[in-house]
Design a protein around this ligand. Sequence first.
Ligand SMILES: Nc1ncnc2c1ncn2[C@@H]1O[C@H](COP(=O)(O)OP(=O)(O)OP(=O)(O)O)[C@@H](O)[C@H]1O
Length: 282
Amino acid sequence: MSTTRVSSSPDQIVVSDALKIYGGSGGSAEVTALSHVDLTVDRGQFVSIIGPSGCGKSTLLRLIAGLERADSGDVSVFGADPDQACAAKMIGFVPQVPALLPWLSVVGNVTLPSKVNRRADALRRTLPGHVHREPADPRSLLAKIGLGDSLDRLPHQLSGGMQQRVAIARAFAIQADVLLMDEPFSALDEFTREAIQVQLLELWEQMRTTVVFVTHSVSEAVVLSDKVVVMSARPGRIEAVVDIDLPRPRRQGLLESSAMHEYEDLIRGKLQTAWAAGPVTR
Ligand SMILES: Nc1ncnc2c1ncn2[C@@H]1O[C@H](COP(=O)(O)OP(=O)(O)OP(=O)(O)O)[C@@H](O)[C@H]1O
């Protein structure tokens, strides 16, 4: 993968000059999904990635998760290779659709990953960039995210929003070093989405796990993040990085403030520039 060795840090996720091309073999057309992408995420930060559809947001997340390899450039997760970080369960993933085990209760779904991860636990203790934290109590996490009275229910007895809350609690429970969230709220109605944003914020403010969050919603990115990364149309590049200097905890009053709206306008402007660049055919 690497043409250059990234300056890796035990306290940062670093993506350095990443290039990702799909296809090209067996006569299929090449698609350059990412080109010259540089990104740094500090430990404990909440970083959102926003950009036009198809600009490579999920691809960038998948490079960090070790699910795809860059064709050139480098990716380092708290000083470790993504494959290594993935094997050591330093990385938690929350997809668009919560993949819950249908035969397990809510609390069973949240508890299982901590039980089956003992070997990964041993591996991650050997990696210099891993900061050990005791596994979080699943019942307490579920109570914090508003599911304290649904512990024994099965996934099919839950609404879509409740299922996604279980997936979030499950991700926090393993005390991964970073949580990668790929549009986790995109299938939810606006009211549910806003309610879950508040619950995610409250949970994150207590846990302070590093999060990289892909979204199409400008207001969601601003509400949640310390830093918003705006990507340009394909091939995806970083158009701008906006630091969100709003105090925490972020509660209702702040969310309706003019400072909040100024950040939204700023990011919308950057997105318009990114759109104006237009998609390319390759
Ligand atoms: N496995 C694949 N094979 C071929 N092309 C792919 C593959 N995965 C993604 N692509 C292409 O790479 C580009 C970036 O895709 P990606 O899913 O990363 O974008 P995205 O910004 O997350 O999109 P969206 O916002 O619509 O979810 C797109 O043109 C997509 O069609």
